[in-house]
Structure formats: C-alpha cells, structure tokens
Design a protein around this ligand. Structure first.
Ligand code: FAD
Length: 124
C-alpha cells in the first residue's frame, strides 16, 4: 500500500519527552499540594511502564529506584529532573548538564497572559 509513516525516532521521542518533563518541573508550584506531589510520582512511575521505547522504560525503572522522585517543591523537582536526565545522559555517553544552570535552559510555558495559570507556579 502507499501508507506514509513518519516514524518517530527514539531520539525525537526522547527530546520531546525531556521538553515535557523539564517544562513540567519548571512550572511546578513552589509549595505543591499533596495531590500534585502524588501526581508527579505517579506520572514518573507510569512513564517507566508505558514509555513507548521498552528498553528506555526498563532502564528508567532502575533509574527511578535509585533516585526516588523529589516533589516537595518546584525547585526540588527541577533539580531531581536534571539529575535523572544526567543519569540517562551518562548511560548513553552524553555530556553531563550543569544542574545549577537548569533554570536558564528550561522555564515555565511561554503562553498568553493567564493561559498557564491552572497548574502554574504563577497561580494567583
Ligand atoms: P536530550 O538528552 O534529549 O536532551 C534535550 C536537551 O535537554 C538537550 O539538548 C539539553 O539542552 C537539555 N539537557 C540535557 N541534559 C539535561 C539535564 N540533565 N537537565 C536539563 N536539561 C538537559 N535513549 C536511549 O537510547 N536509551 C535509553 O535507555 C533512553 N532512556 C530514556 C529515558 C527517558 C525517561 C527519556 C525521556 C529518554 C530516554 N532516552 C533514551 C532518550 C535520550 O535521553 C535522548 O532524549 C536522546 O538520545 C536525544 O538526545 P539529545 O542529545 O538530543 O538530547
């Protein structure tokens, strides 16, 4: 047949997922509710089971076991996300990212006034 399949590479999937995860962390509240803290832990656990690259998911299970999610604050989550991304980087032979510069690389979603408020750090 003449089906067109613009297959997504493991690298594309990884970059998209890291964008999602670091943006989520950058926008996570300074003082998250218990529910928000639970949601992040659940999300990472679910990701380690259904991430659509089996080998990555299996590896990430081990990474999570050795590095339990830190979701007490947006700052803690952002630093944790950077550390676990660095664990994955190391396993792939990639350079370590300096986590003191994570806020320069990743920020809250750039969107119109008010549009990010729902789960945003800037919720008023
Ligand atoms: P990426 O690693 O995708 O990073 C994107 C951008 O994030 C970088 O350009 C940099 O600006 C920034 N960045 C880099 N490191 C950090 C950091 N520590 N903190 C904050 N920002 C940073 N691939 C495999 O081949 N095998 C695996 O087992 C595997 N497991 C993965 C598990 C998860 C949960 C995820 C999300 C991805 C996984 N990947 C895996 C994909 C891999 O991590 C990369 O996404 C992919 O190789 C593309 O790499 P990249 O060099 O383009 O940059």
């Amino acid at each position: 047949s003449s089906e067109v399949n613009s297959a997504v590479s493991r690298e594309d999937l990884g970059r998209a997922t890291w964008t999602f995860l670091h943006t989520l962390a950058a926008q996570f509240p300074d003082q998250p509710t218990k529910q928000q803290q639970r949601d992040v832990k659940d999300l990472m656990g679910i990701l380690s089971r259904i991430y659509p690259c089996k080998e990555c998911a299996d590896h990430f299970k081990d990474v999570l076991r050795a590095n339990p999610v830190e979701s007490k604050s947006g700052e803690a989550l952002g630093q944790w996300m950077c550390r676990v991304h660095n664990v994955v980087n190391r396993s792939l032979g990639k350079a370590q990212f300096p986590c003191n510069r994570v806020d320069l690389r990743w920020g809250a979603l750039n969107c119109n006034e008010g549009a990010c408020d729902l789960h945003g750090r800037y919720y008023r």
